[in-house]
Design a protein around this ligand. Structure first.
Ligand SMILES: C[S@@+](CC[C@H](N)C(=O)[O-])C[C@H]1O[C@@H](n2cnc3c(N)ncnc32)[C@H](O)[C@@H]1O
Length: 363
């Protein structure tokens, strides 16, 4: 082994949790890790450098790593595109051989892994590392395989998060516990017939917030949906392509091709006032409005049984974004006992989050 490469690099053991998030939302992502850790009685500190697209929580006590992982499962985190447990920080990787010191650091940790993924953040500096991540992955995988670190049956996956050309965080997650997409970003292709790019928001929401079985059961041809704030029809397009009937409520114009599908009724009405005559399977809502007003509207529809499930966007142009989200979710919990809320800032969400609301009767 070329000893010099391992000797110049430093590996510092660190225990904690790392999440990838939208650049600019590191404070919110770190805030939710810190709040969950505090609620579980775990002491440590949050670290989030603005614009990095990464947030982490470092534990004071290494033995509480499993408890932190249990307290911060990825599906429950709103601002995290994915979440991993943190084991070590490796610095001063020599550019001529990054593989040897990384292999050494992984071996020091003494675990086996099912697979290795080399990742980078979705930020200006993170994206500059994408080529390195691609070229580093095959030789690192080969070295780990030869060293006997990779086993198909192992319970966890290894994530190497590049933080600079010469630095990385070693992380891991139980199989299936982190996002299945690199960087937590499903790669979706914009459908050329769709009327607006926001079609990808609903497509991503249906992919990330529902599992395969739920998509099969809850998105059936012939179902009925209402789309509040529908124009020009990006969200309606996603429902129509699944042969769902849509009442599209918006004063703005809808794409003519959607109206010609025979599945769309366009009503030029106020989305805060209009209600359907009969309950519908889905309410979707992308109106640009105060989040509390939208949350109260959705709560009223669900409480009155006007829709079975709801999927909606909360716009967050304010400073206290996490506080506003928590307030909206509390409002829904109070209005609809037993409601399940799945909330996430998706890749296609900008200053906003998407929420799936499932009352007990809808599950
Ligand atoms: C972000 S756009 C919706 C884009 C749409 N989801 C798509 O994929 O094409 C917001 C829409 O909300 C509509 N809107 C805002 N307030 C509304 C209200 N009170 N009632 C109905 N529509 C409203 C606007 O006219 C605008 O078309």
């Amino acid at each position: 082994m070329p000893a010099a490469a391992s000797e110049s690099a430093h590996c510092t053991p660190v225990s904690g949790r790392v999440v990838l998030c939208r650049a600019g939302f590191e404070g919110e992502a770190a805030g939710e890790l810190a709040a969950a850790a505090a609620a579980a009685g775990l002491s440590g500190f949050a670290r989030a450098s603005s614009g990095s697209g990464v947030a982490r929580f470092e534990l004071h006590d290494v033995t509480t790593q499993n408890a932190l992982e249990a307290a911060t499962p990825w599906p429950r985190l709103i601002f995290a595109r994915t979440a991993w447990s943190l084991h070590a920080s490796v610095q001063a990787l020599p550019t001529h051989d990054r593989v040897t010191p990384l292999l050494h650091a992984v071996q020091t940790h003494g675990q086996h892994y099912a697979q290795i993924l080399v990742e980078h953040a979705d930020s200006d500096s993170g994206r500059e590392l994408s080529a390195l991540a691609r070229t580093l992955a095959p030789p690192l995988r080969g070295a780990l395989q030869r060293a006997g670190v990779l086993h198909a049956q192992a319970a966890r996956d290894l994530y190497v998060l590049l933080s600079a050309g010469d630095a990385a965080l070693l992380c891991s997650a139980a199989r299936g516990a982190a996002s299945p997409w690199p960087g937590g970003i499903p790669r979706l292709r914009f459908p050329s017939a769709a009327p607006s790019r926001s079609t990808l928001k609903l497509e991503e929401a249906l992919l990330v917030l529902l599992d395969e079985r739920e998509r099969e059961r809850w998105l059936r041809p012939g179902m009925r949906a209402v789309d509040l704030g529908a124009a020009p029809g990006g969200w309606t397009y996603q429902l129509v392509r699944r042969s769902i009937h849509v009442t599209a409520v918006d004063n703005g114009p809808m794409q003519p091709a959607l109206l010609e599908s025979g599945l769309v009724e366009h009503l030029r009405n106020d989305g805060f006032r209009w209600r359907p005559g009969k309950p519908v399977d889905w309410l979707v809502c992308d109106m640009v409005e105060q989040p509390r007003r939208v949350a109260a509207l959705i709560a009223a529809w669900l409480r009155d049984g006007a829709c079975r499930r709801a999927l909606f966007n909360l716009k967050l142009p304010m400073k206290k974004r996490r506080e506003e989200v928590l307030l909206c979710l509390d409002l829904l919990h109070a209005a609809v006992p037993g409601i399940e809320l799945r909330a996430r800032q998706l890749h296609h969400d900008r200053e906003e989050i998407t929420v799936l609301a499932l009352p007990p009767s809808a599950r």
